[in-house]
Ligand binder design. Structure first.
Ligand code: ATP
Length: 215
């Protein structure tokens, strides 16, 4: 991200890709404006939050008119650096790694996985979802070729720390960690953690303990 994003709270910044994706599909259908209620239903964020979020972008919706889709899109493109494609690598081509390679974020063509790495020699040389798999030993060399700053980590937990260190050494500054292990990395490296098992458990817990009111 760039420009004035210092002024945008982190919670708002996290919702930007969500808004962006929805607005892009709206634009593709030829819609020129959207109300906060419509947006709210589509992205499942309440409309007061959307209005507050958008006020940070200087996008003030007009009553009875809504927001200008094109204005919002161009704002998000600049803020999210969507005009510039971001290349990502993936480490650990197991079940989860393969699924992510096949998914390859095709809904957002500005982020793409350009290379995958594994220690398993049987995997090396394969192409999964059009992404070539290399040996982890070639990490530094391949990263130079691609100018990558973000990596996804889908190795076994026991290998997470050493792999994370290798990534940092190779100049990676952002890691999306899918392993349950907590990584210890320099403060200049941003780690976002996605533990699918915990997410699922939390949802089950909330369903049991905080049932939503049915309307
Ligand atoms: P999952 O379903 O969690 O993706 P899996 O059961 O298919 O995993 P794991 O044992 O979790 O397999 O390993 C994931 C992948 O990570 C495997 O392909 C394995 O060869 C690879 N791997 C293991 N250690 C390393 C490492 N140090 N560096 C890179 N890849 C590794």
């Amino acid at each position: 991200m760039n420009t004035d994003q210092q002024k945008i709270p982190q919670a708002t910044a996290k919702r930007l890709p969500l808004y962006y994706r929805f607005l892009e599909s709206l634009y593709a259908t030829g819609k020129t404006r959207v109300s906060s209620t419509e947006l709210s239903e589509a992205v499942k964020v309440d409309s007061a939050t959307i209005r507050r979020d958008f006020s940070y972008f200087g996008a003030l919706g007009k009553k009875g008119y809504g927001y200008n889709v094109q204005y919002l899109l161009s704002f998000f493109r600049t803020t999210l650096d969507q005009d510039e494609a971001t290349d990502v690598v993936l480490l650990g081509v197991g079940n989860l790694g393969k699924a992510l390679l096949r998914y390859n974020f095709s809904k957002n063509e500005n982020t793409r996985i350009v290379a995958a790495f594994d220690i398993n020699k049987d995997m090396v040389g394969e192409q999964i979802g059009n992404v070539p798999v290399y040996h982890t030993d070639d990490l530094a060399e391949k990263l130079e070729e691609h100018n990558v700053s973000v990596a996804m980590l889908t190795v076994p937990s026991a290998a997470a720390q050493t792999t994370g260190e290798k990534l940092v050494e190779a100049g990676i500054s952002g890691i999306l960690n899918f392993t349950p292990a907590r990584l210890s990395v320099p403060t200049s490296v941003r780690v976002h953690h996605i533990d699918l098992a915990i997410e699922l458990q939390t949802l089950v817990y909330f369903l049991k303990n905080y049932p939503l009111d049915s309307e």
